[in-house]
Design a protein around this ligand. Structure first.
Ligand SMILES: Cc1ncc(C[n+]2csc(CCOP(=O)(O)OP(=O)(O)O)c2C)c(N)n1
Ligand SMILES: [Mg+2]
Length: 325
């Protein structure tokens, strides 16, 4: 698939931004948790960047996404300003959810971001709503629903995929199979070799994708989006990937350190894409450093913005909790 050089470099920028954001958020979490100023849990997306970026770059800005508890990458790839995300992590009034949501509850309907979710698999049935709405309104908007390998074992996964297929709803289901649900390996909880194999049971296409290859993800999602826009129904994509950090920042990592080292050394999505761009002279080393520096500046500005922002006024604690007329 031919992709313009500018767009390819933009994909790398987004991957850098996600990695830098996650590293900085992790530092803030460590520094602040004892002081209690970091709001809620933190699930790092480091290592999985190619999935969010490959998928979201294949979308239009008016397409919808449903995110997860590990959702910072989805938000950044869909175009959210990292200042408002960082402020949300610190529970500030300027946060994307006005400091009420924290890491797992970032929303921006104007960008099609219909929210993260602290309930594993919670976004899977919700995705049917915007998809049905688009079909009913005769727009050709597509809904992308991200979820993990653990979520793929929830009952609502089966019900939702069946309904989406029966009604030919414009949804692209993207399973981010990072091989574990907390500490449970996917092969101990999934009866078939691939989550994508389950698509046969719902009469829709299913495909296993290398989740470390941003272009493979982009290509697969582009095809699935096309199918959805043409009213041909949903697709189930399973992106095989790996997370670099423990499940969240407070649960000890029980994975084999050698396995983790192997994934980092042999399958790092950012390293592979950098090499791809350098080898084909789509980017030179000077451009690469500039891109990296810009991203780090952007993330530092976000930290400064977040730290300088006020906490919500306690008198407003019950505001923004329900939809307003
Ligand atoms: C309904 C529900 N059950 C259990 C949990 C606790 N929990 C949080 S994350 C998680 C694992 C999810 O694994 P997966 O779907 O593979 O996503 P990953 O964390 O690997 O990205 C669990 C069991 C929860 N938040 N919601
Ligand atoms: Mg998982």
């Amino acid at each position: 698939m031919k992709i313009a050089p500018d767009r390819l470099r933009e994909m790398l920028r987004l991957m850098y931004r996600i990695r830098a954001f996650e590293c900085r958020a992790r530092q803030l979490f460590e520094e602040n948790r004892l002081r209690g100023s970091f709001m809620g849990a933190l699930h790092s997306y480091e290592g999985e960047e190619a999935v969010a970026v490959g998928a979201c770059v294949a979308l239009r800005s008016d397409d919808y996404i449903l995110s997860t508890h590990r959702g910072h990458g989805h938000c950044i790839a869909k175009g959210v300003d990292v200042r408002f995300m960082m402020a949300e992590l610190l529970g500030k009034e300027t946060g994307i959810s006005k400091g009420r949501g924290g890491s797992m509850h970032m929303f921006n309907p104007a960008l099609g971001l219909l929210g993260g979710n602290g309930i594993v698999g919670g976004g899977i049935p919700l995705a049917l709503g915007p998809a049905f709405s688009a079909q009913y309104r005769h727009t050709d908007q597509v809904t992308v629903c991200f979820f993990g390998d653990g979520a793929a074992c929830q009952g609502n996964f089966h019900e939702s995929l069946n309904l989406a297929s029966v009604w030919k709803l414009p949804v692209v289901y993207i399973c981010e199979n990072n091989q574990y649900a907390v500490t449970t390996p996917a092969h101990e909880s999934i009866a078939v070799a691939n989550v994508a194999d389950r698509a046969a049971g719902y009469g829709c296409p299913g495909e296993v994708v290398d989740g470390g290859d941003v272009l493979a993800v982009y290509t697969a999602v582009t095809k699935a989006v096309q199918r959805a826009r043409e009213s041909a129904g949903p697709t189930l994509l399973e992106c095989k990937t790996y997370r670099y950090q423990a499940h969240c920042m407070v649960i000890p990592d029980r994975r084999d350190p050698e396995e983790l080292a192997r994934w980092r050394e042999e399958h790092d999505p950012i390293y592979h894409f950098e090499q791809y761009l350098l080898d084909r002279h789509i980017m030179d080393e000077a451009q690469q450093s500039e891109l990296n520096e810009q991203v780090h500046e952007t993330v530092e500005e976000a930290v400064t913005f977040a730290e300088a922002s006020p906490l919500p006024n306690p008198n407003t604690v019950v505001e923004h909790l329900w939809a307003e007329d």
